[in-house]
Design a binder for this molecule. Structure first.
Ligand code: GAP
Length: 513
């Protein structure tokens, strides 16, 4: 299956089976905003629980909080978001559409890369086994020209953003002949910086003095509570504070479904440590977070690290964990060594000391911070893309989501073979027993085959079929989602069997070193 086609299928499957719906759909939707349906919310809750338990429950020195979305406006001045959280935007005067200028250039680079690849593939076909790709790339003048154009775009963009000479970006867009995908014209406005934060007012009076921002990240709620948690929890350095919650960004270029949304959820942890030890902790968290991802059984080739070569001025190390989506590798999580920048700035802007007295060194200092920051919605999409399978079964296509059982929205379906002879009553009894510990589902409509397929499509690891023999022998048929193998199992053994297979504990154990 072509990657584009695969992604299209994942998106329509997510809608058809109650995972993700476009927001406000009956009003024609709201761009880059999505709702989670009955199965999506369960999957999302399970991913969040996996993260929360792995951070807060398994680490005695990590505490969880839930700070408010509304925060004092000075926080965003201190964090640098008011002045620096911008995207360079350009409008097309004919279509009246607004674009991110850097994305227009990146898309152009991508087209050049595709052209290069096409030339390489053509030559490989022509020359067969004797083809030396590296040599071809180096010596072919057409390829060299396109590679130089890609580098030129990188350099001009970087230089213009650093110096603030935004007109150079517009000139480059014009030079390259980039047209608006809607109007097809090159009638561009100048490039302007556009802040990504949404603002609102605290009171009903619109005088601009009490402007609030919807938080663009959850991290600042952690920094401003650093001393509250340290003191009330009697935390000793190194220690962490974790939180999950909504963040809001006015993303103009919202693409690829729930990858880039205007309202999304983050799971962030700030680890406060002694200055000078931050790079050790950075390495620790870099490895630890990758283990968390791989414990889900994902092929390691689907993940990679992307070390940042160009660091933000306050960071001394940064890496992204990227996943190979059907449309290519994209960041899912960032690990950043942020030095004492954030706490230092909050000291400066609030006038309050944010220091830690270290009893081991008898010193008082502003701790250094290593941050791990993952998008819950992106992780949701990783889980969905990774789980989606189409298999040929007896001349038919079976669509199955092979989620890790601990993440599956529904753990087991209880299905009476027929609607009579006391089978529904026994099935309901099993449902009543299992529901206390697991999200289980009871269904008696349609043939058993159709019911199995529906459960495969939402990734339910087990189907429990109650038949006439069940009444006599006290056993049921247990069908396994991935192998489709069926076995007879005593009803009394079901709670332990399902509990073990779907336990978060085994997943958490696999994520530890
Ligand atoms: N506190 C650091 C921070 O917010 P970030 O790289 O801007 O760093 C962290 O965001 C993670 O949040 C990303 O790796 C991504 O998974 C997720 N994320 C960021 N913007 C997003 C958006 N518009 N839609 C969905 N997820 C987003």
């Amino acid at each position: 299956m072509q990657n584009e086609e695969l992604f299209r299928k994942v998106v329509s499957h997510a809608k058809e089976y109650g995972f993700v719906f476009p927001s406000s759909e009956i009003y024609d939707g709201l761009s880059a905003v999505y709702d989670y349906g009955q199965n999506g919310i369960e999957l999302k809750r399970n991913i969040r629980e996996y993260w929360w338990k792995s951070m807060v429950q398994l680490h005695q020195n990590i505490a969880g909080i839930d700070s408010a979305i509304f925060m004092h406006p000075k926080i965003w001045k201190a964090s640098g978001h008011v002045d620096g959280f911008n995207d360079p935007m350009i409008d097309n005067k004919d279509s009246k559409k607004r674009y991110r200028a850097d994305v227009l250039l990146e898309d152009h680079q991508e087209k050049l890369r595709e052209k290069i690849q096409k030339e390489v593939d053509k030559a490989a076909k022509r020359f067969g086994d004797s083809f030396d790709e590296a040599m071809f790339r180096q010596t072919n003048p057409k390829l060299a020209e396109m590679s130089a154009a890609i580098d030129h775009i990188d350099q001009t963009l970087k230089g213009a953003l650093e110096s603030g000479e935004l007109d150079r970006i517009r000139q480059l867009i014009e030079e390259l002949g980039i047209v608006c995908p809607i109007s097809g014209t090159r009638n561009w406005t100048e490039v302007r910086q556009f802040n990504l934060m949404y603002s609102t007012q605290m009171s009903a009076i619109e005088n601009g003095e009490d402007n609030l921002y919807l938080r663009p990240e959850t991290a600042q709620g952690i920094f401003v509570n650093f001393l509250n948690v340290q003191k009330t929890g009697r935390m000793k350095i190194p220690f962490g504070i974790a939180q999950t919650g909504k963040a809001f960004r006015n993303e103009i270029v919202a693409r690829q479904f729930i990858i880039r949304m205007k309202e999304f959820e983050q799971m962030e942890m700030q680890y406060f440590c002694r200055p000078g030890t931050e790079l050790e902790w950075y390495t620790y968290w870099k490895e630890s977070r990758m283990r968390w991802h791989l414990a889900l059984g994902t092929d390691p080739a689907k993940y990679r690290y992307h070390d940042h070569l160009k660091l933000a001025h306050y960071a001394n190390a940064a890496v992204d964990i990227e996943f190979e989506f059907p449309f290519g590798f994209k960041e899912v999580e960032g690990i950043h060594s942020r030095t004492d920048f954030d706490l230092g700035r909050h000291e400066q802007f609030s006038g309050k000391k944010l220091r830690y007295f270290d009893p081991e060194t008898n010193e008082s200092y502003v701790p250094y911070v290593v941050e791990t920051s993952i998008g819950l919605d992106r992780m949701f999409l990783v889980t969905l893309c990774n789980a989606y399978r189409e298999e040929q079964v007896e001349g038919d296509v079976r669509t199955v989501l092979n989620f890790h059982p601990a993440l599956a929205p529904v753990k087991a379906a209880i299905l009476p073979l027929t609607k009579k002879d006391g089978l529904p009553e026994l099935a309901e009894k099993i449902f009543e027993e299992l529901k206390w510990d697991h999200h289980v589902y009871y269904e008696e409509k349609d043939t058993i085959g159709k019911r199995y397929r529906r459960m495969d499509a939402i990734g339910t690891p087990f189907c429990i079929t109650v038949d006439h023999e069940s009444l006599e022998n006290g056993d049921v048929t247990l069908r396994h989602r991935d192998t489709m193998l069926q076995e007879r199992v005593k009803i009394a053994a079901l709670p332990e069997l399902i509990g073990k297979a779907c336990s978060m504990r085994s997943l958490l154990e696999a994520s530890k070193d």
